[in-house]
Design a protein around this ligand. Structure first.
Ligand code: DQA
Length: 152
């Protein structure tokens, strides 16, 4: 259980992740995004964390969400930018605004896949990266943020 009160953690899911469960299930699994978010919210509750999830297929909306997170209180961010991972300097630049733990999560192991997925624009500015563990990656990311908050 996290000691401090009013702990808020944000989750951002990038493009096409709203299609989880239907989209290439052999790669991304059979769980829908709603299930992943619900499981994560349960886990957050048990840790005393209030979790806010957001999904968008639009780069600008993701950037604006990061600005909102900057402008309001947040204790940590879990982000799966999906395909924008490999292309978006703009999302990278927005994330450099944040002075909180940021965990980059990928359901699939991006280093085992096509070469264009091996490069993450965020890898060197995030706190850590979890790749290839499916939806468990989000839970592990939440645990890592909770540990970080507990340690302070
Ligand atoms: C992904 C990996 C990306 O390369 C891909 O574009 C995605 C999902 C993952 O979670 O494995 O959409 O971020």
């Amino acid at each position: 259980m996290v000691k401090k009160k009013n702990i808020r953690v944000h989750v951002i899911h990038g493009p096409n992740l709203n299609m989880l469960g239907k989209r290439e299930p052999a790669i991304y699994g059979i769980k829908a995004l709603e299930e992943i978010d619900a499981d994560l919210k349960n886990r957050a509750n048990s840790l005393g964390i209030s979790l806010e999830t957001f999904q968008s297929n639009h780069e600008g909306e993701i950037i604006e969400k990061i600005h909102d997170i900057f402008n309001t209180k947040s204790n940590g961010l879990i982000i799966n930018p999906a395909a924008f991972t490999h292309t978006s300097i703009a999302i990278r630049d927005a994330l450099t605004l944040l002075d909180i733990p940021i965990i980059e999560v990928h359901l699939s192991n991006i280093y085992k896949r096509e070469e264009f997925r091996h490069k993450s624009m965020l890898a060197d500015i995030v706190t850590g990266q979890i790749t290839g563990l499916g939806s468990l990656g989000y839970t592990l990311a939440l645990n890592a943020i909770a540990e970080d908050i507990n340690g302070k």
